[in-house]
Design a protein around this ligand. Structure first.
Ligand code: ATP
Ligand code: MG
Length: 201
């Protein structure tokens, strides 16, 4: 028998073993429910992941709604595209807190965005809710973590929620189903490369 045939046989056996394991895990995962996903960490890719999930849901004809905490004072490619496809957006619209430098105004805008978010979290017609950058509202204590946890926990059973932002509060991580941390290995900005349309917003 040639070396190549031996190699093929070994590969086939390994793949059969792997398929048996994957099939078993798929067969064991039978619970159907809306999940809470958290995308946190300091690397680039949190909001793009959230919006990627919105695009995926919309592609299947599901109803998605987006609340953008923090951002909103500059154009945003995903908002322009997805709002044309029927995705409702609520934009806090105050920009970064180090730009506005007005705590009262920021908190009032955060609370308004949160009131809208709470209504969404009670609406069974919404299949996917993206709360983009909401973690900072908890870091700055603009929103009470207990309120956010209570509203997330009481949402309709089939509703999926994606939360993005750095340093996600432990209490949210505790009730989440899927949590990913995006870790920066490199970022173009650190080498002086300007943020780009279509890449960064
Ligand atoms: P993106 O929207 O690109 O997925 P993100 O949501 O993970 O980024 P944010 O902190 O919300 O991260 O990003 C705000 C802006 O800062 C974006 O334009 C993003 O490209 C940029 N950015 C993200 N991570 C870093 C980083 N580690 N260093 C510098 N800039 C970053
Ligand atoms: Mg982001």
């Amino acid at each position: 028998m040639t070396d190549q045939t031996d190699d093929n046989k070994r590969h086939k056996t390994r793949m059969q073993q792997q398929k048996a394991k994957v099939d078993e895990r798929v067969a064991n995962a039978q619970i159907e429910k809306g999940i809470l996903i958290v995308i946190t960490g300091n690397g680039k890719g949190k909001s793009t992941s959230g919006f990627g999930t919105v695009a995926r849901a919309v592609g299947h004809g599901l109803k998605a709604t987006v609340v953008q905490y923090v951002k909103g004072t500059w154009p945003c490619g995903e908002r322009d595209l997805l709002s044309k496809l029927g995705v409702e957006f609520h934009v806090m619209g105050t920009g970064f807190t180090w730009e506005t430098q007005d705590k009262e105004k920021d908190q009032a805008a955060a609370l308004k965005a949160w009131e809208f978010s709470k209504r969404c979290l009670q609406d069974p017609n919404i299949d996917l809710l993206l709360l983009d950058e909401i973690t900072y509202m908890l870091t700055y204590k603009y929103l009470a973590v207990d309120d956010v946890v209570a509203a997330l926990s009481a949402r309709p059973a089939t509703q999926n929620v994606v939360i993005t932002g750095r340093a996600c509060h432990r209490a949210i991580i505790d009730i989440a189903d899927t949590v990913s941390e995006v870790r920066p290995i490199k970022h173009a900005f650190d080498n002086g490369i300007k943020a780009q349309k279509g890449i960064d917003w």
